[in-house]
Structures are given as C-alpha cells and as structure tokens.
Design a protein around this ligand. Structure first.
Ligand code: PLP
Length: 290
C-alpha cells in the first residue's frame, strides 16, 4: 500500500506524520471520504469543492488546486492498482511548535489513503439497520460548525460510543434545539405519506454529497422533498427511514431505538435504484485509475 503525503508516496509502514502535527495535537484538520467504482471516482468535484469549503472555513490554504488534487487522487489509485476503492483525503494544519496559533504551521500536511473497497453486507440493505437516537448533541454551529468536515471528531465519537452500547449500526444526534440533526457519519431521511423529509442545513449538519444527490433524484422521481426540522418522535413515527453517505449510499433503517419501522419501503427502494443508475451513468465522467 502506497500512501501519498505532500507529493511523495510512502509504503504504509513508512507513512508517518510528525507528533508535532497539529492534526494530531489538536484535531486541527479537515478530510473527505470518497468512493471509486471500477476506477471512477464518484462525485469527485463535489468532494473537492467541499474540501475547499472546509479549508476556507478553517482558513487553511490547500497546497494543491482542484486539478492537482484530482491528479494526486488518480495517482494514488493507480499506484495502488485500485479500481473499487475507499479514498480518504486528510489535510491537517501541518507541523509546528506546540501552541494553538495556526501561524505556527506554515505547511499543511496533505495525505491520501486509498484501499480496496469492501462492500457492506447485502443483508443490511435487504433488511435495514438499527439506529439509535443518542444523548450526545450535535455540535452547535456556533461552536464547531458541522458544515466543516473536520478531523476534530470527538462529538461524533461520543455519539458512536453510545450507539455501540445500544447495539445500533449508527447513532443519530439531535441538535441544540432538540430536532434531529444527523448521524455520526451519515445524513438522515424519513418518509411520511409518500413524502421525503430531511433536516435542513441550518439544523447544524454536514452538507452530505449523497444527501444532495438523493434530494435531486427524489425531485426527478417527482417525490416531494422537504428540508425541514423534525423531532425524534416524528422520526419514530415515520413510514420509512434511511441514512446516507458516500460509502454506503442509501442504507435502509428497520428500527429506531425500540421502534420498528419495518423492511425497506417503496420510496427507499426507488431512491436506492435511482442512485445505482446514477452511479452507472455518472462514474463515466470521473477519473480513471489506469
Ligand atoms: N454527516 C457526517 C457527520 C458525516 O461524517 C458524513 C460522511 O462521512 C455525512 C454526513 C455524509 O456525507 P457524504 O454523503 O458526503 O459522504
């Protein structure tokens, strides 16, 4: 396995970042997770745009422009002989003296890890997963804005720990105002009376690339979509629930805490199929690893 660090490839065992890296010391960094299908990186531009957006909100100057990032990702896939891949791009503030001042770190640390994509078990898509609404609240947007895809992940890790204890696949966090926000690594959708609802960005969530595509696909399928706040009670009273992210796409939910939602419903299935078709259509516009 070859890891990209600031323009150079290192074998996994030698791919190391300094203990003075502010990503390590303070969680001062950002990242993206991408997925390649058969050598094509899906929604590559959207992910790079979001990386740039996160960098802007963090006042990090990325060492590469869009084309440079695309090439680095492509080289990493090619160098590792990967076609179906999980790709993680991390950018930390960089290495510097101990202290919070970002100016201590003149050069960001830019890392790309790519590995063979391992599919989630088919059974999960067929039967749905259990999710738990956890006690941990999503960061208030005026503390650490969830719109930044930051490597400062304790908020989500606390939620994940709770979800694990509850035997759930994913933990759903409420926001500061008691409305449903998002999962630890996913956005959440519910279906009620044939209509689709998902929390709005002002709920304090990450603007998921998959979330955006699902909204687009629903509109094409003439399913009414509402980006509006809803409560934990409404989520439990939904006809269908699913969660989304880049790696798992659309994952049906069969249980929210002890409330059974049931097998994947009609709308979830329609959207999952539309998503598959979109992957087949759009991946041809991505970049090839070879
Ligand atoms: N919300 C959070 C907190 C996430 O970490 C993620 C992805 O990892 C998502 C939502 C889904 O984002 P995307 O669809 O862009 O993968």
């Amino acid at each position: 396995m070859q890891i990209y660090i600031n323009g150079t490839f290192y074998p996994k065992e030698e791919a190391k970042v300094s203990v003075f890296d502010h990503g390590y010391l303070y969680g001062d960094g950002i990242y993206e997770t991408l997925r390649a299908y058969d050598g094509y990186v899906f929604h590559l531009e959207e992910h790079i745009e979001r990386l740039e957006h996160s960098a802007k909100l963090m006042e990090i100057t990325l060492p590469l422009e869009e084309n440079g990032i695309m090439k680095a990702i492509s080289d990493t896939l090619a160098g590792n002989g990967l076609k179906d891949a999980y790709i993680r791009v991390s950018v930390s503030r960089g290495t510097g003296e101990i202290g919070l001042d970002p100016e201590l770190c003149p050069v960001p640390t830019f890392v790309i890890i790519a590995k063979q994509f391992v599919d989630y078990p088919t059974e999960l898509y067929e039967k749905g997963v259990k999710i738990a609404v956890v006690e941990t609240r999503r960061n208030h947007p005026e503390t650490l804005n969830p719109a930044i895809k930051s490597t400062n992940f304790l908020n989500n890790i606390f939620a994940k720990m709770e979800a694990k204890k509850a035997g759930a696949f994913e933990g759903i966090m409420l926001n500061h105002a008691n409305f449903v926000a998002e999962g630890t690594i996913s956005n959440v959708f519910m279906v009620k009376n044939g209509e689709l609802l998902t929390p709005p960005l002002i709920a304090g969530i990450l603007e998921g690339v998959t979330r955006g595509l699902v909204i687009e696909l629903a509109e094409k399928l003439e399913i009414k979509v509402y980006e509006e706040m809803f409560s934990e009670a409404a989520l439990k009273d939904a006809d269908e629930v699913f969660i989304t992210n880049t790696t798992m796409e659309i994952m049906p939910v069969r249980e929210v805490d002890d409330k059974t939602i049931g097998a994947p419903g009609r709308v979830t299935k329609m959207l999952a199929e539309a998503y598959r078709q979109e992957v087949l259509r759009a991946l041809k516009m991505g970049i090839r690893a070879d």
